[in-house]
Design a protein around this ligand. Structure first.
Ligand SMILES: [Mn+2]
Length: 450
């Protein structure tokens, strides 16, 4: 029997809401996981990617990670991990540094046997590399096998890759596929394999309402997946439906009914009544001890939509305009990378550079020629990596407060930076960028998603 902790989407270094306290929260959550691993004497901690929020963590973030990894190492608990999309660097990875220090094992095509189970790893695979993708794994002779990877997989929400396609490329039979990327924990069976997301360990977006935690996975004949909760920063969600004549007083009263001490307070106002100025409610919450308060008046956004609605989806409108610009293939690919792909903010420069270098190397100069718009009215969407035109673009900021309850957000609804959060699932990872308006790095990237 092999019992491991399956965790991921730790997002160390994320300064959510621009608060240093929040940055510490992500490290605390990681530390709790490690402490639990030691206390429970599990055989390993298996990390499914996005240990760091950014490919360029600060020295503090790296030291924080090291101190937790040292706790595991001191207790003899191996840390096995893959690289997620948030932290992926072009060549050497942070994980390689930790491995060189003897504090981690980077999982890959060679089995790492822990107890009776062989673990394999697959780093996040960008969309452009999925066509014809094949696993090329070394055989194992353990009783069980598990594959650890990072990405949005079916049959879960926002799934864009069928695990069965990957399983079909290898003779190795997996008992479990241990996943990261979707911050919403969920488990299902695909063929005879248990497929499970462990969820994020701290909320990276107000859409992540459920308790945070990790999985404990036991391989013993069958596979047993159990959830463990974590003690994370309190989030107070107040969803209000105002009646006629009601306004800010009613909102303040409702918010005042909660214990707001050190909490992140997320208020969503809907219904009838008077307009509610977010600042008035936010100030009230902060006066009552909240760490952060965010208010979204959904009626405002709804009204605006009604007034300006000449297109159903703002993203469609943007795409339409971009088409009209007659950009070259290269330019469109860059536009996609900057605006709508899953490339994390801090990676955009490098990814664009790589993409242009590839095109130049290929000698495909036609890719740089502007498109002749005549007779080109039905141009399809770009098909490069990350170029899913329908992926939810989001504000990449933190202005969005809450998702609208049922998660039924249309793509693009969040693109204005104030409407609402993206659907859960890294959709979930909704608010995990920094607000372009506030952080001053001038990088208005929207697409970062997981
Ligand atoms: Mn993530």
């Amino acid at each position: 029997m092999t019992r491991v902790i399956h965790t991921g989407d730790t997002h160390l270094g994320y300064r959510q809401y621009h608060r240093p306290e929040r940055k510490r929260d992500y490290l605390n959550a990681f530390r709790q996981v490690a402490d639990d691993a030691v206390a429970e004497d599990v055989a390993a901690v298996v990390h499914a990617g996005d240990l760091f929020h950014d490919r360029r963590p600060t020295l503090d973030d790296i030291m924080g990670a090291l101190s937790v990894l040292r706790t595991l190492d001191d207790a003899g608990v191996p840390f096995l991990a893959v690289v997620g999309n948030h932290e992926a660097k072009r060549e050497g990875q942070w994980l390689d540094l930790f491995e060189s220090l003897g504090l981690a094992t980077r999982l890959g095509p060679e089995p790492v046997e822990v107890g009776s189970t062989a673990f394999y790893g697959l780093d996040f695979v960008p969309r452009s590399k999925r066509e014809g993708f094949e696993l090329d794994l070394e055989p194992h002779d353990a009783d069980h096998a598990a594959l650890v990877t990072h990405g949005l997989f079916e049959p879960f929400d926002f799934g864009e890759w069928d695990p069965a396609e990957i399983f079909a490329t290898t003779d190795i039979e997996f008992d479990a596929l241990l996943l990261g990327d979707n911050h919403h924990p969920e488990t299902a069976q695909v063929d005879d394999t248990w497929v499970t997301y462990c969820g994020s360990t701290e909320r990276t977006s107000a859409s992540e309402r459920d308790e945070r935690g990790y999985n404990v996975v036991a391989f013993d004949g069958d596979v047993d997946v159990r959830r463990r909760g974590l003690d994370t920063r309190e989030f107070v969600f107040v969803d209000l439906e105002l009646g006629e004549g009601e306004g800010v007083d009613r909102v303040r009263k409702r918010v005042g009914e909660y214990d707001l001490d050190d909490a992140v307070v997320v208020v969503t106002v809907d219904g009838e009544g008077e307009p509610v100025t977010p600042a008035a409610v936010e100030e009230f919450a902060l006066d009552h001890g909240a760490l952060v308060a965010r208010v979204t008046d959904r009626r405002e956004t709804a009204e605006e939509g009604e007034r300006e609605i000449s297109f159903a989806d703002p993203d469609d409108a943007v795409r339409e305009r971009v088409r009209e610009l007659g950009l070259s293939d290269a330019a469109r690919s860059i536009d996609e990378t900057v605006r709508a792909s899953k490339v994390a903010d801090s990676n955009v420069d490098d990814v664009v550079e790589d993409r242009v270098a590839d095109l130049v190397e290929d000698g495909d100069l036609a890719a740089f020629e502007a498109v002749d718009l005549a007779g080109d009215s039905d141009e399809s969407e770009p098909t490069d990596a990350g170029a899913n035109g329908h992926e939810t673009t989001e504000s990449d900021g933190e202005a969005e407060a809450a998702e609208p309850g049922d998660g039924a957000v249309t793509a693009g609804a969040a693109a204005d930076g104030g409407a609402d959060a993206p659907p859960e699932s890294e959709g979930e990872d909704g608010a995990d960028g920094e607000s372009p308006a506030e952080d001053g790095d001038g990088q208005a990237t929207w697409g970062e998603f997981q």
